[in-house]
Design a protein around this ligand. Structure first.
Ligand code: ADP
Length: 353
């Protein structure tokens, strides 16, 4: 890919073309660190303009994917194509990629304006043009009032907005966001999440976003890719992946509390080699229900409650209910699994049946 410089976007037809595309094609990417295999022949295509969320257990390779796409590290095998061009020989600053980290990585001795100006100055963007870009980015993220502050004079949420604004100023064709909301408190996460979605909607630029947050995995992305062991297990629209996990790893990972999984089927009915799963919301309280349980604990979450229950054969089942379930520890209940929402997996291979 040819170098694309922020700041000359308006005048540079090549930059405009790059901005309109932003396809990432990752082919058989392998990366080892000593004896650790971080990526194990990973394949993934991120479509132009989409917001794709990468999720997976800690150590599954999410950050490594971002680092290799950004060019901060080199793969052992496989390749990364940005808009069809192999970027193996393109240094990070010449890739049309901007990365945003969880820890903001702002310069402490510079004001917000100074932080935002840094990139354009390095790229020798004319000052008037740089000022225009900064105004635009600051307005989009609602930080215009903060331009003269230093990083230590702002909250975590404000700093994260500045980090996002700095990425916006680069006008890349791809944004790589490594848990950008992880250090924010719960309320700020929700508002910053909405900001991020709005920025993505108005820019229409490809974004790849790493998170370990269940709600973000489900809400923040056109598609979600579930990684495990340095490979992509499943990629699809979040609800589709949630409703039809292709294997036990995905089934266990998406959803909180996770899907109830019963080897052999047991109280959920089944056959010896099959593991049967049911989500906590698909176990309905019903006096005529076939599954009898004892309530071991009630977790009230305000808007809902989770009943932690145990069957007579020892099987534990989590049940999602309304906010005031009216039961307590030790109560006996009957449950009816929604027959259309049972998941069957091969116990040995883990694959969906
Ligand atoms: P995730 O982002 O999903 O938590 P990472 O991509 O950070 O996973 O890491 C994948 C695997 O590679 C982990 O086992 C991690 O310990 C290892 N790893 C990542 N970076 C390095 C490094 N610089 N040196 C050694 N091991 C690393």
């Amino acid at each position: 890919m040819t170098a694309r410089r922020a700041g000359t976007d308006a005048a540079d037809p090549e930059a405009v073309r790059a901005g309109a595309a932003g396809e990432i094609r990752i082919e058989s990417l392998t990366k080892t660190y000593g004896r650790i295999t971080a990526l194990d022949g990973l394949d993934l295509v991120v479509r132009p303009g989409e917001l794709l969320t990468l999720v997976g257990p800690s150590g599954s390779g999410k950050s490594t994917v971002l680092r290799l796409v950004a060019g901060l590290d080199r793969p052992d095998r496989g390749r990364v194509l940005l808009d069809g061009a192999d970027v193996a020989r393109v240094p990070p600053h010449r890739r049309a990629v901007a990365m945003v980290f969880q820890d903001y990585a702002l310069y402490p001795h510079l004001t917000v304006r100074g932080n935002l100006l840094f990139g354009p100055q390095v790229r020798r963007v004319p000052r008037a043009e740089a000022d225009r870009q900064i105004r635009d980015a600051a307005e989009r993220l609602g930080i215009t009032d903060l331009l003269d502050r230093y990083p230590d004079q702002m909250s975590g949420g404000q700093r994260q907005r500045v980090a996002l604004a700095r990425a916006l100023v680069r006008r890349p064709s791809v944004y790589l966001l490594d848990e950008p909301l992880a250090s924010l408190d719960a309320q700020l996460r929700v508002t910053t999440r909405a900001d991020l979605l709005a920025v993505h909607r108005t820019l229409g630029t490809t974004m790849v976003h790493v998170t370990h947050d269940q709600a973000e995995a489900m809400t923040l992305g056109d598609r979600v890719a579930v990684l495990d062991g340095g490979r992509v297990r499943q990629v699809g629209v979040p609800q589709q992946v949630y409703d039809h996990p292709v294997d036990l790893v995905v089934a266990r990972f998406l959803g909180s509390p996770p899907m109830n999984l019963v080897p052999g089927g047991g109280v959920l009915g089944g056959s010896p080699d099959t593991t049967v799963g049911v989500r906590p919301e698909d176990l309905v309280r019903d006096p005529e229900g076939p599954v009898e349980v004892t309530v071991e604990a009630v977790e009230s979450l305000g808007s809902e409650a989770i009943l932690l229950t145990r069957c007579d054969d020892g099987t534990r089942l989590a049940v999602r209910t309304g906010p005031r379930p009216g039961v307590g520890t030790g109560d006996r209940l009957r449950l009816r699994p929604d027959p259309d929402r049972l998941h069957r997996f091969d116990t040995t291979t883990g694959r969906r049946r």
